[in-house]
Design a protein around this ligand. Structure first.
Ligand SMILES: N[C@@H](CCC(=O)N[C@@H](CS)C(=O)NCC(=O)O)C(=O)O
Length: 323
């Protein structure tokens, strides 16, 4: 695991020494938007018009942020319009790789060995972490965005005229409720599990742990009265929560020490998780082999033996009680 400094790869773990042992995630730097007509989006430059076959998505099947983009690609009928390369689940001293022997599909566009080569192809002087997902423009041969929350917004609407799929997971009248719940879930749950797992002091870990479970308790209470987080059909807020919930019992409970209880022990969340998992085309985006292998094998400072646990054995296809 590492980062680029002026275009040179350096193998370095996260530095928590300046933040009292707390893990702080670096903000994504490449923030252009694909739009229907190629006009500029909320940030970045114009020039990225929605077109079939023009864009390529680089993902890890293990990564919850990349997983969001695969879910929106599936939900919005974009699989035949946006191609994908999958990195290996093993992220060690070279960062994300395209090693096919350990589970990568290979870099379909450039046959790079490493993900950082894509970042320096985009900008030979790049400084920053080399993260997935990345949305790449095959026409201009550059990165559109490496911010998953924005890539899913693009997928939600920019390609609607091409696909004819007008399902809207961020409808205008619900946007402020979705934004509020997203902020809360991101801070306490999506990033909260990482704040538990990557904390390097007892105090930082316990703070993250307490806010994580307080938030899960609150979500379970919301789901007692409402089928989804914001009303009676799934929105962006549900899919963003889903990618953390589906990894929780298999990885975060043990590996990140999020072990007050499992998601299976939450009466409403456990059923809600199955409801989302069983939604058309979603189960195919979930790969427990990559998920477990990535975390347990790559984070050698947490699990130096790199032994990957066999369990748990949970059936996400079992019947749920959501209406
Ligand atoms: N803000 C980014 C975060 C992406 C992210 O942190 N991805 C992780 C994988 S789960 C990564 O690539 N980490 C590599 C690193 O930090 O060096 C997004 O949501 O797109």
């Amino acid at each position: 695991m590492g980062l680029l400094v002026d275009g040179i790869w350096q193998d370095k773990w996260y530095d928590t020494s300046k933040s009292d042992g707390k893990f702080e995630r670096e903000a994504a730097k490449l923030r252009n938007w694909v739009t229907k007509d190629g006009s500029a989006g909320p940030t970045g430059e114009a020039g990225f018009k929605a077109q079939s076959g023009r864009y390529h998505l680089y993902v890890s099947l293990a990564c919850p942020w990349a997983h969001r983009t695969l879910i929106f690609r599936a939900l919005k009928g974009l699989t035949e319009h946006i191609s994908v390369s999958i990195v290996s689940p093993d992220m060690l001293s070279d960062g994300w790789t395209f090693d096919t022997a350990s589970g990568s599909s290979g870099d379909e566009l450039y046959a790079h060995a490493f993900m950082h080569q894509l970042y320096t192809r985009n900008d030979s002087n790049y400084s920053g972490r080399v993260t997935v997902p990345v949305l790449w423009d095959k026409q201009q041969k550059r990165i559109v965005s490496n911010e998953s929350s924005e890539i899913i917004r693009m997928f939600n609407s920019a390609f609607d005229e091409i696909t004819g799929n007008r399902d809207d997971y961020y409808p205008k009248q619900l946007q402020s409720s979705i934004d509020d719940i997203n902020d809360y879930v991101y801070k306490n749950i999506n990033n909260g599990v990482y704040r538990c797992g990557f904390a390097t002091t007892q105090e930082a870990y316990e703070q993250a742990f307490d806010s994580l479970f307080a938030a899960l308790d609150k979500i379970d209470a919301i789901l007692a009265d409402s089928r989804y987080l914001v009303g009676e059909s799934p929105t962006e807020a549900d899919w963003r929560l889903f990618t953390t919930l589906i990894r929780f019992d298999a990885v975060y409970f043990g590996h990140f020490k999020c072990n007050r209880q499992q998601i299976e022990d939450y009466p409403n969340i456990a059923n809600y998780l199955r409801d989302l998992y069983q939604w058309p085309n979603i189960a195919d985006t979930v790969d427990f082999k990559h998920i477990k292998r990535h975390y347990y094998y790559s984070h050698t400072m947490i699990n130096p033996t790199q032994v990957v646990p066999k369990g748990p054995d949970i059936n996400y296809w079992s019947k749920h009680n959501r209406r």
